[in-house]
Design a protein around this ligand. Structure first.
Ligand SMILES: [Zn+2]
Ligand SMILES: [Zn+2]
Length: 129
């Protein structure tokens, strides 16, 4: 697959059975539908986001891209929990593209939320999955 932002080749990276595509150039990440959510839940999965956040911020300026899977124009989305993180999403295949550093950023929020719920929130039974 070819990176929709910098046109470099993307490579497959697997973390605990979930495979995503990572650009060999800008290190942006491509997630197929639901992969991002699943991966976000897994502990330590931020290692796949190995790119430089500074490069990511530069690539973040590129907003008009076509889905690398269906070649349809992608739309700009804002993360529901962290409004400073925006990314491109495909309305056809539901894939999303995150620039380098953005997945780590998303994970950070999940971790602090997790800690808050685990140690700060009211006592509860098994966590909902
Ligand atoms: Zn790229
Ligand atoms: Zn698509």
């Amino acid at each position: 697959m070819i990176c929709p932002k910098c046109a470099a080749e993307m490579e497959l990276v697997t973390f605990e059975g979930i495979t995503v595509d990572r650009c060999t150039g800008c290190k942006g990440l491509w997630f197929d539908a639901n992969e991002q959510k699943e991966l976000k839940r897994k502990k330590g999965s931020e290692v796949i986001d190995s790119g430089d956040a500074a490069t990511g911020r530069r690539m973040d300026k590129i907003t008009r891209i076509n889905c690398p899977r269906c070649q349809k124009p992608m739309i700009r989305m804002v993360d529901v929990d962290q409004h400073h993180i925006d990314y491109e999403a495909c309305t056809t295949c539901y894939g999303i593209f995150l620039d380098a550093g953005e997945f780590r950023d998303l994970k950070n929020d999940t971790m602090s939320e997790y800690l808050r719920k685990t140690f700060g929130g009211p006592a509860s039974g098994t966590p909902k999955s």
